[in-house]
Design a protein around this ligand. Sequence first.
Ligand code: ACM
Ligand code: ZN
Length: 536
Amino acid sequence: MRTKLILGCFACLVLAATAAKAETDIIPKPVSVTEMAGEPFRLKNGTTIAINDARLHGPATYLQEVLTRSTGLRIKVKSGTGRIELRLTEPDEQDESYELTADSRRIRITAHSTRGIICGIATLRQLLPPEIERLTPTEGMEWTVQPVCIKDRPQFHWRGLMLDPVRHFYSVEDTKRLLDQMAVYKFNKFHWHLTDSQASRIEIKAYPKLTDEGAWHPYNHLDRGCMERAGKENNPDLLIPRKYIRETADGKELYGGYYTQQEIREVVEYAAQRGIDVVPELDMPGHNHIACQCYPWLSCKGDGNDPLCLGKETTIEYAEKVYAEVFQLFPYEYVSIGGDEVNRTRWTQCTDCQKRIQTEGLRDVSELQAWFTKHMERYFNAHGRKILGWDEILEGGLSKTATVHWWRGDHPDVTQRATEMGNEVVLCPFTFCYFDYAQTDQTLQALYEGDIVPTDLSPQQLRLVKGMQANIWGEWIPTVERMNWQVFPRALALAEKAWTPRAEQQWDEFLPRLQKHLPRLTEMGIHYRPLKTNRP
Ligand code: ACM
Ligand code: ZN
């Protein structure tokens, strides 16, 4: 594998002898880019995408889809050689590095994994004109790529976005659009927060009420709040879309929606084709008001109140059966249990919970939650899965093999403590990574320049930092247009923080590059927040 890369480097060096001045506006910034003099590569009718390994059929089809939808050209996928070549060499699925070379005759992407090839495809999308991102064909365009040699690899393996379709619902189509946008910027983890106190968005066949009843409700304070703001700010992006309203037999309007298991499989497949793992989160034991309303026996006093009662065997059986279905739908090994913001006081007044504390020899209600998390972790592990949870899962003790999402930016020691104990961490502190918080030019710069990775970690602790993600909580995001406004363009800053080495991140160099990407975002149909706007 290394021999191959060294050969590639040599090819770059030879070509560099005739290189033009290097200038690239690729985001995230690649490790090395050498622009060459010479005629560009031209996409034409009948251009072939050729693969050297059957495993590349998926990536090739994805590239074909991207290229044909905007160009209207006939592009074929075949084995062997072609004008665009995807080459898998000495396969190593953990290695996302890739090389891309383009000259007038050929574009070649070489990598050691399908993920590496998909990262190369993301770069190729950006080397083509922004119109390549249109969803419908454009006549009369020259689809060219300037001669170039790029060598690239990510700094972090985990580059994610979390979406909350619970507080407000987003359709399968809207979700796929976000996944496609993520793929352009080499995000590779989609954390899908599928349950919360307001609603349940995933069909669970063993517990049909969760979505029959729990996916729908009359407008709540969040919905009304969004609509009030829509009026005050004269902003239709804050209105609840009528497509998510259904009328009951007695004429009442309910807002909501959910994903069937078939739809979930479709989203997981669409993400996989773009090199994105889907990490489901069904939050437990807190944030469960709606589940407790649907099945009151889940709650401590049988009264339908959050959180789940951890003293009752029936609750544990529920949690296991729910996750058994989740494991069937999501192939990725990491699955999140949530575990944040649990109101544990109800457990102090519950005879079942107190009995569990006694029989398990636990000290208090924090240890009761830790007991539950460890129990579920064993269940996850028995099904070949690894458990993830928000950083509250550290309280009351945590097994070494659980991964922690550091979200509480006001608890700066979380990563230090977790990695000291040997736990892996994904960074998403709200101080930088909550994309539902207001975005301004200042927050964009603060995100780009800030140290998301704590600076006081030892090299050994740093190895336990898997990467970073942004969280898009849905309370004030009722439409995909509003989501775009909150998420872009700052997602591009996060993409670079997660991919490019810290020493290479320079705001003054990034900002003009970001500006060049704005027309590309427009072509993707993204209603991003323009720079220098006062609009909230
Ligand atoms: C969270 O924001 N409650 C993880
Ligand atoms: Zn209880």
